[in-house]
Design a protein around this ligand. Structure first.
Ligand SMILES: Cc1cc2nc3c(=O)[nH]c(=O)nc-3n(C[C@H](O)[C@H](O)[C@H](O)COP(=O)(O)OP(=O)(O)OC[C@H]3O[C@@H](n4cnc5c(N)ncnc54)[C@H](O)[C@@H]3O)c2cc1C
Ligand code: FES
Length: 275
């Protein structure tokens, strides 16, 4: 089945939103799941979270952060272009149920990945707060969409150009001084999620992190996305991507994410040079 781009939007420098017509994925996708995308015949597949979906229209939405060769190629596609391969839905859906008071924590583009999960948690009767971190005002993504259903939206920027000055995790600490929280869900940089896990442990709050492990096949066959959770080996693509944030070995995850850094740098340089 063909997957064709029907809408494209620049959300912030280096962040593009795509609406893609992909009826089979749109029919089955659940909040928290992802797809594997390939844009070039000789290219790698990369995982992208489905930020939103419209079952009747048969469309899914993705927010793409341009960090290297493949994400840059994907971001370069235009309305009417076809995505060579779009495989999914993959991964386990988020656990959507009533927790009480829920806080989502994200940074910049990962607001997209959090969006449909928080909306479903709101529909399940939870009080929902989102803490959105970014380096500056222009990188706060999806704020209006979040305001559409969240009970509270807290903004934190590194430079203080919007909301509180500081990181999202500092805003979370402040929030916990004044509010009772039953469940925290973090999607963002590994260091941020590690700190969220530590804070949740200190406060005895249940917390989940969606892990950005390196994925190759996305179906549990290659072992690339191996992570350690509570001392056990898990595969982020089939057992996750969400895991108990207080139990993940984030240092190991960080090391594995950096495994191919030199190859990635070279591949990006060659792509930029047009070779
Ligand atoms: C479950 C999941 C959902 C994701 N959802 C989104 C999303 O919605 N939007 C988005 O912009 N990004 C998302 N990512 C991250 C995205 O897959 C990577 O940024 C992308 O693969 C980078 O590829 P590249 O060739 O552009 O960069 P490269 O130069 O190859 O790599 C840059 C960095 O990206 C990460 N990365 C590289 N290859 C992979 C890979 N195959 N799998 C995972 N991470 C990789 C590594 O940390 C690496 O250091 C998600 C990752 C996972 C695991
Ligand atoms: S990506 Fe291959 S096992 Fe998970």
């Amino acid at each position: 089945m063909r997957s064709v781009i029907v809408h494209k939007e620049e959300l912030a420098p280096g962040y593009k939103l795509f609406v893609i017509r992909s009826p089979q994925v749109a029919k089955k996708i659940q909040p928290g799941q992802f797809v594997m995308v390939r844009v070039h015949e000789k290219g790698e597949r990369i995982p992208m979270t489905v930020a939103d979906f419209e079952r009747e229209a048969g469309t899914i939405t993705m927010v793409v952060h341009e960090v290297g060769k493949t994400s840059r190629m994907l971001a370069g596609l235009e309305v009417g272009d076809e995505i060579l391969d779009l495989l999914g839905p993959l991964g386990k859906p988020s656990e959507i149920r009533y927790y009480g008071s829920v806080v989502g924590v994200c940074r910049q583009g990962t607001a997209g990945a959090l969006y449909s999960i928080l909306r479903a948690l709101k529909q399940a009767g939870n009080r929902v707060t989102v803490i959105m971190g970014a380096k500056s005002r222009e990188y706060i993504i999806f704020e209006e969409r979040m305001r559409g259903f969240c009970d509270e939206v807290v903004v934190a920027t590194d430079d203080g150009s919007a909301g509180m000055k500081g990181y999202a995790v500092a805003a979370l600490r402040e929030y916990l001084k004044k509010n009772r929280v039953d469940y925290i869900l973090a999607i963002g940089p590994t260091k941020m999620m590690k700190t969220v896990g530590r804070i949740a442990k200190e406060h005895g709050i249940r917390a989940t992190a969606s892990l950005g492990a390196i994925m190759l096949d996305g179906t549990g066959m290659c072992g690339a996305c191996r992570v350690t959770v509570a001392g056990s080996t898990k595969f982020a693509c089939v057992d996750g991507p969400e895991f108990d944030a207080t139990e993940v070995d984030f240092d190991e995850l960080q090391r594995r994410q950096e495994f191919f850094r030199e190859e990635e740098r070279l591949s990006f340089e060659l792509y930029e040079e047009g070779t």
